[in-house]
Design a binder for this molecule. Structure first.
Ligand SMILES: *Cc1c(COP(=O)(O)O)cnc(C)c1O
Length: 219
């Protein structure tokens, strides 16, 4: 795997306004440092313990994104340093992030996860739920979180039309919330297999792992 070449090739092929999150889950620090040496600073992890260990052992100017499902009882471990939490899927979680951010005297940027895939195993709000949340007073009272955008994952399928349709539906919700409530800057959609489609459909942030670091080996 040539991490440097992969990163450079992906960066050259995407528009300047699209932020690349290098998804380093399961990969060793040596792989992350190789990417770091090219000047890349934004990395994504999906497990709290792994994220915390990597934060502690790697350069402090890395921007760490939590991209996986986050349990409320683990927010405290990442609250001191996390720079963006992608998968916020309940008010309860948002409240906990707010509380831990306040304890650390910071404001934590968050993305609300929207359920767009066909599979019902995926986490997230639907359109109606997210509008209700954003309109609620309880949400507006949270001063130590900042919702800067939305995140979604398409169905895991070869059917490009279906993936495109799901990304379109997320972009529509993104535009609607931006117009009706407050300006959102970040639309996190697209992974190794579908980021080109996601960018065509309006993504501003892609989360790419295996196309940079190679296939993951979970054993
Ligand atoms: C693992 C993961 C990715 C990256 O997946 P690749 O297919 O390796 O690019 C992106 N987003 C989330 C939420 C992930 O868990």
């Amino acid at each position: 795997m040539n991490i440097t070449a992969n990163l450079q090739q992906i960066k050259a092929s995407i528009p300047k306004y699209v932020t690349l999150v290098a998804v380093s889950k399961t990969k060793p620090n040596t792989a992350i440092l190789e990417a770091y040496q090219t000047g890349h600073r934004i990395f994504g992890e999906n497990k709290v313990q792994e994220l915390t260990e990597k934060y502690e052992s790697l350069p402090k100017d890395i921007e760490w994104h939590m991209i996986g499902h986050l349990q409320s009882n683990k927010v405290k471990y990442i609250a001191p340093f996390v720079s963006l939490i992608h998968g916020v899927d309940s008010f309860k979680l948002l409240k906990e992030i707010n509380k831990r951010a306040a304890q650390n005297e910071r404001v934590i940027n968050c993305l609300l996860q929207i359920h767009i895939a066909e599979e019902d195993t995926k986490f997230g709000f639907d359109e109606k739920e997210v509008i209700e949340l954003i309109k609620s007073e309880a949400f507006q009272d949270l001063k130590n979180i900042k919702v800067v955008g939305l995140m979604g994952m398409a169905t895991f399928t070869d059917n490009e039309n279906q993936i495109r349709k799901e990304f379109k539906s997320l972009k529509k919700i993104f535009d609607k919330l931006s117009t009706l409530y407050f300006q959102l800057s970040t639309l996190s959609m697209g992974m190794s297999g579908d980021y080109q489609i996601a960018i065509e459909e309006g993504s501003t942030m892609i989360r790419v792992g295996s196309s940079i670091f190679g296939e993951r080996n979970y054993h």
